[in-house]
Ligand binder design. Structure first.
Ligand SMILES: Cc1cc2nc3c(=O)[nH]c(=O)nc-3n(C[C@H](O)[C@H](O)[C@H](O)COP(=O)(O)OP(=O)(O)OC[C@H]3O[C@@H](n4cnc5c(N)ncnc54)[C@H](O)[C@@H]3O)c2cc1C
Length: 416
């Protein structure tokens, strides 16, 4: 018998969401993180509609709106794309521009992750910070590792062995849980590297705080982002597939500098200064499904390789999978069944929710290689309010979004 129903390794948005939902449902989770909150996480800091939906269910949207009032986050109401030849199109996330809560936000991860973490604290989850998990405790099963029984964790100067019927890996792209399961082989075609920098004084943002995604010749396939933040700040970065970086021997730091100095953007940085230094981190993409369950274990968020392959969005997917993991921890306890066969229901639930979207985004990512097509769509959308409207509807409605990978859609655009 363990005093915990589940051990959650990692208290990022995915792990903290799982812990909050579990504790609220009367389960006893132990949430472990090697850092002490508030802590930073390298990111573009754009918080999508999907995260907003989970925040509403978590009951933390009010905290977000209050933070907006204190100028600690900004509501973002759309996205502006630019194509390789410089055409730009502004697409609202929603037509309901008078709704009380913004459809998306941009907030530094020091603050945002701390808000999600606070939900786990408030819900009464047991939490150990400054607790580094070193590996899994596993049942020996002949030559292959068997059921996961718990974790070995370094905490308060001691090595502790903690047991629970369920262990959840929510420890990000360099997951120790994944490594201990022998599943950490990196596939560069499904992995992205990203650089983030913070700037003060960047000008020229859309009046409704659109996040900006720029497809620039020098950074394709990949994109340059400029995201407006509260308090006159901006998050500026670049991301690209690791296989392309390796094949073309691309150095991301000089590339980011080149983009900031690019004739299309440099006027916006004339009076801006970088705050802090450029930092990089990995994004495990959901273009290649990864097993997310087994005997006594689940994976979620980046550890489950759930980052959107087109947009790089991972916060929402981490929170959605955290919510589903909490639900399945409850089922496993009710039926006292922590077997892989039963926990497969978790993986099915995550893929039911995110699977189609990840496939679609993978197709969109590959379309990004077709520079002329990308440019034609952006150029035509910038001149045609109907096409911009159609793309806007695709943000609101997934069935509409499927049109984005239909050849017919592109034929219509080309013929328009
Ligand atoms: C450059 C860049 C830009 C991005 N931009 C965006 C964006 O704009 N919008 C978006 O939605 N997503 C973005 N992402 C992706 C997003 O950051 C991740 O998908 C998201 O943080 C995943 O959340 P998570 O909870 O799974 O993992 P994390 O946020 O990585 O949290 C993992 C936690 O596990 C802890 N941990 C790790 N190892 C151990 C251990 N051994 N023991 C105990 N604890 C451990 C860590 O301290 C950390 O707190 C970006 C990523 C990068 C790299």
């Amino acid at each position: 018998m363990s005093q915990y129903d589940a051990i959650i390794v990692g208290a990022g948005p995915g792990g903290a969401t799982a812990a909050a939902f579990m504790a609220r449902a009367g389960l006893r989770p132990l949430l472990l993180d090697k850092d002490t909150f508030p802590r930073d996480k390298i990111c573009g800091d754009a918080i999508s509609g999907k995260s907003v939906d989970v925040m509403k269910r978590l009951g933390m949207i009010e905290a977000m709106v209050e933070a907006e009032g204190r100028d600690e986050t900004i509501g973002s109401w759309g996205v502006t794309f630019s194509g390789p030849y410089g055409d730009e199109v502004a697409i609202p996330f929603t037509k309901m521009l008078d709704q009380p809560v913004a459809p998306g936000f941009v907030m530094d991860r020091v603050r945002f992750d701390n808000l999600v973490f606070a939900q786990a604290v408030e819900a009464g989850a047991e939490i150990w910070q400054n607790a580094t998990v070193k590996g899994l405790i596993m049942e020996e099963n002949g030559t292959s590792p068997g059921r996961v029984l718990g974790v070995e964790v370094q905490h308060e100067g001691e090595t502790k062995h903690i047991h629970a019927p369920l262990t959840i890996g929510a420890d990000g792209p360099y997951s120790v849980v994944l490594r201990s399961l022998g599943m950490d082989q990196l596939d560069e075609k499904h992995y992205c590297a990203g650089l983030r920098s913070y700037w003060r004084g960047v000008t020229g943002f859309h009046e409704r705080n659109h996040v900006e995604i720029h497809f620039v010749d020098e950074a394709i396939p990949g994109y340059f982002w400029i995201f407006p933040m509260a308090d006159g700040m901006a998050n500026v970065g670049v991301g690209m597939l690791s296989s392309v970086i390796k094949k073309k021997d691309i150095k991301l730091k000089p590339l980011l500098q080149l983009l900031v100095d690019h004739p299309r953007f440099r006027h916006r940085f004339t009076d801006a200064e970088m705050v802090g230094k450029i930092q990089g981190w990995g994004l495990p993409l959901g273009s290649k499904p990864r097993t997310m369950h087994g005997d006594g274990w689940l994976l979620l968020g980046d550890a489950a390789s759930l980052v959107d392959p087109f947009t790089g969005e991972g916060i929402g997917n981490a929170m959605v999978s955290g919510e589903k993991a909490a639900e399945w921890a409850g089922y496993a306890k009710s039926f006292n069944d922590y077997s892989a066969a039963h926990l497969k229901g978790y993986e099915d639930a995550v893929l039911d929710y995110l699977g189609d979207e990840l496939k679609l985004s993978h197709a969109m990512q590959r379309l990004g290689n077709w520079k002329w097509l990308l440019n034609t769509v952006v150029a035509k959308a910038s001149r045609s309010p109907e096409l911009a409207d159609a793309i806007s509807a695709m943000f609101d409605d997934e069935s509409q979004r499927k049109k984005l990978i239909s050849p017919l859609f592109y034929l219509r655009v080309l013929a328009a």
